[in-house]
Each structure stands twice: as structure tokens, then as C-alpha cells.
Design a protein around this ligand. Structure first.
Ligand code: NAD
Length: 348
């Protein structure tokens, strides 16, 4: 029996990626839709073979407690709404899969973790790249020391934003600008690939309030993370440059990059390593797979086997701690120190 999902928020990501991923997944299926737009939800429900009783509004969402078809609630709303719906879902007795960024503050992340723990429900953050076969292949290379000792991670995640009225440019809804939205991919990848947690953070923010898109949120954020081994991550996230998404790992014996990286599809892994004194460049062929499907099916397998997800709430909380440290560093012009978190990552 496949695990049933209620998807909350029927925006671009849900319609374009998540509903198709659920439709082809092995262990998961769509069981309900939650939306502020009933007509849109009814239409999508019919397209996906669901009856009208499987459609909920934000107001009557709590009734989902009585729907045994729904085991997991997948939250795909503007960032400021993640905490409220995670807590309501846990109280309704459902497991939660929540989009990144987990929430807009460390305090909200902690409340979400506490609510799920209290309800004895699982909480997973949708860090799709940790389920991407190319990222997994790179992690394996790093673990096996194919690049020698890891020294640097260099990464950018930028895009040029259009409509100045969109929620991503409203501070109260988005929590910040490019840092929590796209810069978070760089933070998460640096931690995932190094298997270390940063102890020092240095950030700088570029504002551009004369542009109507950047009245409330910053235009770009640059940051460096320093890890206990000496490994560093140097990253750039922006909302006013042409789409640029890559990561590069440098070690004593080689380099590896995923460029483009962080994309839904079409990512490309290459690496160059010393071989008999010469650098040889490789491009392994790894068959592509839908990251969203892999991520959702991971959650379903955890629910079925009663296991902790690989990217639990603690993983989202740790990225939020780092985001807040980067903003604090940018505001003060100083390095901000971070203490070690608890264990943030579940088994693969
Ligand atoms: P979107 O704007 O396309 O959809 C958001 C949905 O929320 C819409 O259906 C909208 O009607 C609804 N909504 C409810 N209250 C709202 C309000 N007050 N203001 C605006 N919309 C409101 O956004 P999206 O791109 O689907 O993003 C949704 C979430 O998914 C965000 O947290 C985002 O960070 C995340 N996301 C993740 C990925 C990924 O690759 N994992 C990609 C895109 C988005």
C-alpha cells in the first residue's frame, strides 16, 4: 500500500513538479489537496482521480485528522506559513514533509520539531539535492578521498527575479531574500558534502532599495563558512543576476564540480584528478532520476519502516541557524561563531 499525501499549497512547485512526481512514485500517492482556491483544487483533484471530499481549505485543514487516507502532509506554502501548517498537521496526527527553507526563524524551527516530537510524528525537510544521484556520487567520492583531503567548496546560486509583487520579495512571507531561498542550497551542500558543521561564519549583504524588487529584501548575499578541519565554503546567492547554479569541491588531489547544479534536471558532474602526475578529467554517466520522486519516496519508506528521515527537522534548523549567523555577521561586519549542533542528519 502506497503512503498517502495531502499537498498544501497548489503553486508552481506543486503543480509543475510534485503532483507529477507523486503520480509516478513507487511508494507514495496523492490523497488530498489543501488550497485557498477551491475551484483550482477541485479541478486538480479530478485530474488526479480524487473525489471532492479530498479537497480542503486552509480554514478546514484540521479536519484532515479524520481522513485515514492521508498519512503525510507535504507543505508547499510561502515560507512564513510552514511553521503554522507543520504544527497543525502534527496535531492532526500526520507526518510532515516541509519545503525548504524550513521556516523564517530558529524559534519557529524548534517549535515545529517539538510539535512533531510531541505528536510522535516524523518531520522531514525537502532537501531534494541530498536525494539527487549526482550529489550522492560526489559525496561518495569525497568519503573515499578521491579528491584527497577536502579543502574548499565554492558555490553560487543566483537568479534574476521578475515580478516585484511576488511573495519571495516580501520580507514577512519570505523571511529574507536570496539567502533563505537559494543560498540555502549552497549551505546545505557544503555541510552534506563535507559532513562537518561550520564553526565560523562571515557574511556580507548587498542592498539595492532603488530597485522596486529589493525594497524589503536584499539583492545578494556573499558568505564564507569555516569548518573544524579547516575546510571552507565560499558562496554567493543573488536575486539580480542571470541564473547561475554550481558547486565545486577542491581537494589536495583533485576537484569536482556539479555545473549546472541545484537544478531540477540537467545537472552535470565532472571531476579532475591526478593520475600518474597528470590531471585527467572525467564525466561519469549517471542515469538521471526525478529528485522530487526520490525525496518523497524516501519519506514514504521512513513512514513504512518507522525510521528517521535522512533530512529531518534538525537539518532545517541547522541551516536556519547558519542563515541567521550570516545576516548577523553582515550587520555587524564581524565573524560570528557557531556552536556545534546535535546530530542533524538521519541515516541515508
Ligand atoms: P508559489 O508562489 O508558486 O506557490 C505558493 C502557493 O501558496 C500558491 O498556490 C499560493 O496561492 C499559496 N498561498 C497561500 N497563502 C499565500 C500568501 N499569503 N501569499 C502568497 N501565496 C500564498 O510558490 P512555490 O514556488 O511553489 O514555493 C512554495 C514553497 O516551496 C516555498 O517554501 C519555496 O521555498 C518552496 N520551493 C522549493 C523548491 C525546491 O526545489 N525544493 C522549488 C520551488 C519552491
Amino acid at each position: 500500500e502506497r503512503v498517502g499525501y495531502a499537498v498544501v499549497g497548489l503553486g508552481r512547485l506543486t503543480v509543475g513538479r510534485l503532483l507529477p512526481a507523486l503520480a509516478k512514485s513507487r511508494y507514495s500517492r496523492l490523497a488530498a489537496l489543501v488550497s485557498g482556491d477551491r475551484a483550482k483544487a477541485l479541478k486538480l483533484a479530478r485530474q488526479h482521480g480524487l473525489g471532492d471530499q479530498a479537497v480542503y481549505s486552509y480554514q478546514d485543514f484540521d479536519r484532515i485528522a479524520d481522513n485515514p487516507d492521508v498519512q503525510v502532509v507535504y507543505i508547499v506554502l510561502p515560507n512564513s506559513m510552514h511553521a503554522e501548517f507543520t504544527i497543525r498537521a502534527a496535531r492532526a496526527g500526520k507526518h510532515v514533509l516541509c519545503e525548504k527553507p524550513m521556516a523564517n526563524s530558529v524559534a519557529e524551527c524548534q517549535q515545529m520539531i517539538d510539535a512533531c516530537r510531541q505528536a510522535k510524528k516524523k518531520l522531514m525537510i525537502a532537501y531534494r539535492c541530498q536525494y539527487e544521484p549526482l550529489d550522492r556520487a560526489l559525496l561518495k567520492m569525497a568519503r573515499e578521498q578521491k579528491l584527497g583531503e577536502l579543502k574548499e567548496f565554492i558555490s553560487a546560486n543566483s537568479q534574476n527575479m521578475g515580478d516585484p509583487r511576488q511573495w519571495r520579495l516580501k520580507k514577512a512571507l519570505a523571511g529574507g531574500g536570496p539567502l533563505p531561498d537559494v543560498g540555502i542550497y549552497c549551505i546545505n551542500a557544503a555541510r552534506f558534502l563535507s559532513r562537518e558543521e561550520p564553526i565560523e561564519v562571515l557574511g556580507s549583504v548587498r542592498n539595492n532599495p532603488s530597485d522596486p524588487r529589493f525594497r524589503e529584501v536584499e539583492e545578494s548575499v556573499q558568505f564564507t563558512l569555516r569548518f573544524p578541519s579547516g575546510f571552507t565554503a565560499t558562496c554567493s546567492s543573488g536575486y539580480n543576476s542571470h541564473k547561475s547554479q554550481f558547486l565545486r569541491l577542491q581537494g589536495t588531489l583533485g576537484w569536482a564540480e556539479i555545473d549546472p547544479g541545484y537544478a531540477y534536471e540537467g545537472n552535470r558532474l565532472r571531476y579532475g584528478i591526478l593520475d600518474g602526475g597528470r590531471e585527467v578529467i572525467h564525466e561519469p554517466s549517471i542515469s538521471p532520476s526525478d529528485q522530487f520522486m526520490l525525496e518523497i519516496d524516501h519519506m514514504s519508506q521512513c513512514v513504512k519502516a518507522d525510521r528517521q528521515p535522512h533530512t529531518p527537522g534538525e537539518e532545517g534548523l541547522q541551516d536556519q541557524r547558519i542563515i541567521e549567523a550570516i545576516y548577523a555577521s553582515a550587520a555587524s561586519g564581524r565573524v560570528v561563531k557557531l556552536s556545534a549542533p546535535g546530530n542533524t542528519r538521519g541515516p541515508e
